[in-house]
Design a protein around this ligand. Sequence first.
Ligand code: AKG
Ligand code: FE2
Length: 815
Amino acid sequence: MDPVVADGDWLKAELTKLLGWDQCVVEGVLAAIDAADTRCDADEIVTNYMDDSSAARSLVHRFLDHKARVLEAAESSAGPHNSDHKGTGKASHNRQAGGRKGENAAGAGKSESGTSVQSSRRNAAGSNTHSQSRGEGPSSIAKQQKSNKGHVSEAPNGAHVVAPVQWATSQASTAASSVAQQGTSRGKQAGPKGKRRGNGGLDKLQLTLTDSIERKVANCLKCGKIYDCRKMSEAIIKFLESGGICSFCGNQVTLTSNGETVMPQTATGNQLVDLQNSKGVSAAEAGESNQEASSSVSVSKMDEAASRAAEFKDRLVEYDRNAAKRTTVIDDQSDYFEVDSNVWLSEQERRDLRQRLDREQELENSRRRNVRYTIDIVGRKVLIAEESKPSQDAQTASEAASRAAEATLQEAPQGGGAAAAAALDTAARAGTASVPSVTTSGTAPALRDLRAGPNPNLPMPAPLFLPRHQDAQNGAKARGSQTQSRGTRPGGGWRVPSSGRLQHDDIFADFEQETAVEVLYDNLGQVPELQAPEAPFNLCPPRADDAYLPEVVRPVSAAPQQSINAKLRSVLMPSSQKDSSPFSGPPPKLVPLDQLPDGMALLRGWLDVDTQVKIVQCFHKLGMGEGGFYTPTYAGGAELHVRMMCLGKHWDLRDRVYSDVRSIDGSRIPPIPPWLAKLVADCLSDASAARKQAFPKMETNVAIANFYASDGYLGLHQDKEEGRRSCRAGVPVVSFSIGASADFVFNNVQSMQGASYVELQSGDALVFGGPSRMIYHGVSKVYPERTCEEVVRRTGLLSGRLNLTFRQYIPDDEA
Ligand SMILES: O=C(O)CCC(=O)C(=O)O
Ligand SMILES: [Fe+2]
């Protein structure tokens, strides 16, 4: 037994050293330990207030053990009258300690300068019994609070509010006693430490209060300061002492004890104590009067605090109710498309937004339906008309495209359609699946419903410009002609009024020409599968000098018409890139008519003028109808330099076969008029007679009509698609020539080397069959100045040459 250890000062010093706490805090803890009923209670204090420190626990145990032994020794030395305590030798040390303490305090007369625990006990002993002393133990405060009904009031919200005076009062009475015992020393002590040191009972009471409050960690709702009441410190004690007044901002931090709100304690209690002390009031009186004073002041403070709380509550509620009106939330992150799930939208806003989105979707759908493509035929571009105003702009774009296509077709009937088809075809190849159909109302049926898209392969950015001299040449000649009567723009040319993209202009650079030609030829290298029909080719356009014409508009004579591509070539193609003549090489030898090879006969002027006129008129009419004249193209896209049409069957330059329907546009093929067939038969008969050698029999079922403009020609070739039997049998070809004269070149090989030629004149009939059936032949030159004036005058035949060749096609399976 070590009396030093049994002394509270020893434990206080050890714990202070161990825990590093303020001494007054340690004193409070010691007071609680001293008041604990059992060792378990003491252990709990260690657990709760000393972080369950084993070192602290062992110190406490050591202290209690020694204390018990000291008390026991004192008891035994005092006599057996305390057998009651002995009888409960196993009773808690506290009881032992408590009992002994009281006696010790009273009897042993330990100095006031002992531990605060002892001091407290001794102080309390003056007016309190042992049981009272025990009543101050843990959890006794609540009981006191409940029993003290006079200090329980109803808060505005209905909650019970227990004025701090209840527990402050009891502590005040204790403190008052303590202070009374101490005289006025408390008030004289300088600094809080001294004050606390002399106020150990108060600390103990705070500790018990801490134990009783429900939320051990509280925070100030105004400034956020946190009060961790699990760890005792001077600040916490002060906080608890004040009943939850925030030491930082003065706000009330709500503390609840046993379900009841602890109201703040003002300094009033202590002040009163101090006041009473200073007046020399006895401890008991001071306690009573203190209690009463505290009670009345606290109630009034409670009312004041309650009304402040209610006011604050009302303000909060009001704010909550009206927050939406006074607050605008701009949520940039919120996707306004999220209409349905957007929590920031009111019902009305949601409805409005939904309607707006629906409207926009409708417009977008309508815009997609109305996309139009503008076809720049010469520029070979297909442009998407993106419209912002769907209906109106789409309509405008559509009309512009239609007018462009129509005007181009009508103004350049020899080639515009083909170029359009080629452009469309090219565009269609480059197009996407989603492109809509091209609307070309008023144009040829084959142009309608073609699907086209933008052509990324066409780099030419600017419209193609034609030089003015070309415009003058074409436009002037075309002016007043049938093209004008179709409503095309006076002055000729290819200007498209609405788009303005095709223009005449003197201003063009060489590189532009070459670029254009390059593009043109690039495109020609591609295979146009579908060739749009050309505008009707008028073999005999009306002319002013035609005597037979009625007295109507007498337009200037029509120009020999060229296809657009021919025009482009002649105007724009650098000489180096122009077609090399298929007749380059040694000039052919003119063959006298009596020296023609076997199987060839030339019946000069066999067709009289009337028959020629009849033939021209016939082909004038047929040429403008279904299956009429068109410009044949090779598979690669290059054009023949003649206009062609077929009777009986269609012969296709691209695949070189005969068919019943024109493959390029599905046209039906006009039949050979019987009078013409008879004419052919008669001619053949005459040819046999002339040669004194019968040509193989030939019943024509195919006729090919070619119109050569003044610059037209036809390369060396064989007529060999009429079937093996027809060709092998030497079934002859009968040819009629009308209009301008031309050089007919022929050879046994496809070369100008050793070639011969004869001049075919208007009205001539040429027959080649038998051994000459497979000669290579062609037309190298046309002589527009050498023509049959009468035929021209009577028919209005264009300057050029009309040639008809009659053959008999015998399919191989019939052979
Ligand atoms: O125009 C000519 O005289 C010849 C025509 C020709 O050879 C043909 O059409 O195959
Ligand atoms: Fe031929």
